[in-house]
Design a protein around this ligand. Structure first.
Ligand code: HEM
Length: 175
């Protein structure tokens, strides 16, 4: 069967929801004036971001041991290479977004608590210039990730309705 295994499919859809939700919350909260209530939103954003980082590491181990099914034979070699590059870039952002957020919080001297269960240590020293740089990295990487997600979904729609090769079915299990 030419589809991803169940664990890979669960990783894909739960992380997709978590990442899109964390992106949306990040954009929303960053525009608000800081109040204790907004501070709570920051706490949720950071905690889900940390869980995404944890899921990323588990997913990488899983993907390493369980290779993706082969692309449809109708795809050209250059298309397969492009798809593989886009998928690797998505993995890169799954790492960069939480790490830059964690480093930004550390450089600002802000705590990173995961739903009050545990607090992560600082990974960089407190430093205002570093904070400003990491803030920009986190913000622009977020915009780049949105662009990549739009391309990713557009590619799925193209495969579904133009090429009609049921690439979506590989990830929903209906293939
Ligand atoms: C996949 C994970 C993550 C995504 C997709 C994400 C995305 C975003 C986005 C799009 C923004 C808005 C940027 C802006 O317009 O200024 C933001 C803000 C922020 N993020 Fe994240 N983030 C993630 C993980 C984290 C983590 C793990 C932390 C900290 C531990 C964090 C801390 C923050 C903070 C403090 C802000 C507000 C910055 C400000 O005050 O303007 N993020 N995030």
């Amino acid at each position: 069967m030419n589809k991803y295994n169940l664990v890979s499919r669960i990783f894909h859809w739960t992380m997709a929801i978590a990442i899109i939700g964390t992106l949306a919350l990040g954009l929303y909260m960053a525009d608000l004036e800081f109040t204790p209530e907004v501070g709570e939103l920051y706490g949720y954003h950071k905690a889900t971001g940390v869980l995404i980082l944890l899921a990323f590491f588990l997913r990488i181990i899983w993907v390493y041991k369980h290779k993706a099914p082969p692309f449809p034979s109708s795809m050209k070699e250059c298309e397969k290479k492009l798809a593989t590059a886009a998928h690797r870039l998505l993995y890169f952002f799954m790492f960069l977004m939480p790490m830059s957020g964690w480093a930004m919080s550390s450089s600002g001297g802000y705590p990173v608590s995961v739903f009050g269960l545990f607090t992560l240590p600082s990974i960089v020293p407190k430093n205002k210039e570093l904070f400003d740089i990491l803030h920009e990295v986190h913000e622009y990487a977020g915009f780049a990730l949105i662009a990549l997600l739009v391309i990713h979904v557009a590619a799925v729609i193209y495969h579904q309705f133009v090429r009609k090769d049921n690439v979506l079915g590989r990830m929903t299990g209906r293939n």
